[in-house]
Ligand binder design. Structure first.
Ligand code: CMC
Length: 423
């Protein structure tokens, strides 16, 4: 097989280099296409466009494979801690015991959020959506850590890993009318988050190992997913040499959309609505198939997984296990299972290769852990943070040029200005 592709344009024939990845993925390098032919490529939604070469995450949507730095998601979710996975993503290798201790301790050194940032936070309304608050607070970090105080990239990475869970819990505390909790550095990353969420001055919180282990697993499953919408946003914003904080804040905003991370909140709201409507799943399957209804089955379908989402398989099993361990009988789990079974045997969903994605069952676990619905996407963001950081770091290390797509202009051709009284 040749290492170039040939393109004919009229009487012109040009050769374009072919790039092959370590998993034998092929790409045609069109970087010189416009210079040589005057043509660009167009690919709305970047469905078939590789934006970068990356050594972080591999996924095969047809085979349902997902690996971080070569390690299978199944094995990591089963055996690793979230911070181990974060280290793996950010630094490229699993940490030794010593590296892990240094990483964990540096994070613990930075968990307290500047009290002046609390004043910004206090201005948000009590019912503010926690994703809006989180992105604003992370963006505010770029104002706090500037100039001499900004430190190295390394320090900013640690600050983000350390402070994001602390800030995330503030919204919940405010919505409850409770004082915020400060971090407790004697606890591990997941337990510390749970403690800040649920401890009360009048009632200390005892971290249930089942809850903490489930959270650890969910965060690992969310930790990276190669060039998705929010990650591409982080890389694109970072490519202008904007700060890490500005880039991650942009990623949080991209994640908030219901077609991306916001789907986990939408799934539970959809399941609740179906339950309140008498539990008639057939009615909602019919609505999802009707293009005029404007209704989509949230938690179904994926841009790249066309067979199954490996994360969804792990999460479905985890949901069963967690609910059983905590003795919870959540009626929406039954509705979710019925919906899944109905969709998987329906020609519409089969033909379009629409399967449950990571968000379909994650909300059921979050709910069992006591996390409120509007915090679900925040949980996704905490999980995705090391992936975003790793991708930002890689973009910088590769010295990638500023991202700047082209377009095909389809607007008006030149015309003369007409004064307002003549229009
Ligand atoms: N319910 C009903 N129909 C659907 C759905 C759905 N959830 N998803 C896709 N379709 C149909 C769509 O109408 C289209 O049909 P047709 O070919 O007849 O026009 C076909 O399937 C292909 O859909 P698409 O919108 O072109 O596919 P996409 O790759 O652009 O979108 C998606 C992928 C995830 C945005 C979409 O499947 C969707 O909106 N799903 C629901 C939202 C959701 O669960 N998002 C979370 C994604 S996983 C977490 C993450 O990584 O963000």
């Amino acid at each position: 097989m040749s290492d170039f592709a040939e393109l004919s344009l009229g009487d012109k024939r040009i050769q374009l280099p072919v790039i092959t990845g370590t998993e034998d993925e092929k790409a045609i390098d069109i970087a010189k296409l416009r210079d040589e032919t005057g043509y660009i490529t167009i690919d709305s939604g970047y469905k078939n466009t590789g934006a970068t070469k990356s050594a972080i995450t591999f996924l095969d949507g047809e085979l349902g494979i997902l690996r971080y730095r070569g390690y299978s998601i199944e094995e990591l979710a089963e055996k690793a801690s979230f911070l181990e996975v974060a280290y793996l993503l950010i630094y490229g290798e699993l940490p030794t015991a010593e590296q892990y201790a240094t990483f964990e301790n540096s994070i613990k050194m930075h968990t307290i959020v500047n009290e002046d940032m609390r004043k910004i936070f206090e201005g948000f309304p009590v019912n503010a959506h926690p994703m809006g608050v989180l992105s604003a607070m992370v963006c505010a970090m770029s104002a706090f850590y500037t100039g001499d105080k900004s430190g190295s990239d390394e320090l900013n990475i640690i600050r983000l890993m350390a402070k994001m869970p602390s800030m995330a819990t503030w919204s919940y505390k405010k919505s409850q009318g409770h004082p915020v909790n400060y971090p407790n550095n004697s606890l591990d990353y997941c337990s510390n988050f749970l403690n800040m969420m649920f401890a009360l001055p009048v009632a200390p919180y005892q971290v249930d190992p089942v809850v903490s282990a489930a959270l650890n697993k969910l965060l690992i499953l969310h930790a990276d997913h190669e060039q998705n919408c929010s990650t591409s946003t982080v890389r694109l914003v970072g490519s202008s040499h904007a700060s890490l904080y500005a880039s991650i804040s942009a990623g949080i905003n991209a994640l908030s959309g219901p077609l991306h991370g916001g789907a986990n909140q939408e799934v539970i709201e959809m399941l609740e609505a179906i339950k309140a409507d008498g539990g008639d799943t057939a009615k909602y399957i019919a609505m999802a198939k009707d293009k005029n209804s404007g209704f989509r089955l949230m938690g179904f379908g994926h841009r790249v997984y066309k067979n199954f989402d490996p994360r969804a398989r792990i999460i479905k099993k985890a949901a069963d296990d967690v609910l059983a361990a905590l003795g919870i009988n959540d009626p929406v789990l039954k509705i979710a299972s019925e919906l899944e079974a109905a969709a998987l045997s329906d020609e519409y969903f089969v033909a379009r290769k629409l399967y449950p994605n990571v968000d379909f069952y994650s909300g059921i676990i979050y709910r069992a852990l006591g996390i409120p619905t509007d915090m679900f996407t925040v949980m996704f963001a905490i999980g995705r943070l090391p992936g975003w950081i790793a991708q930002w770091k890689e973009m910088k290390a590769n010295k990638e040029p500023i991202g700047r797509p082209r377009q095909v202009y389809v607007g008006a051709t030149p015309r003369e200005y007409v004064s307002m009284d003549q229009r």
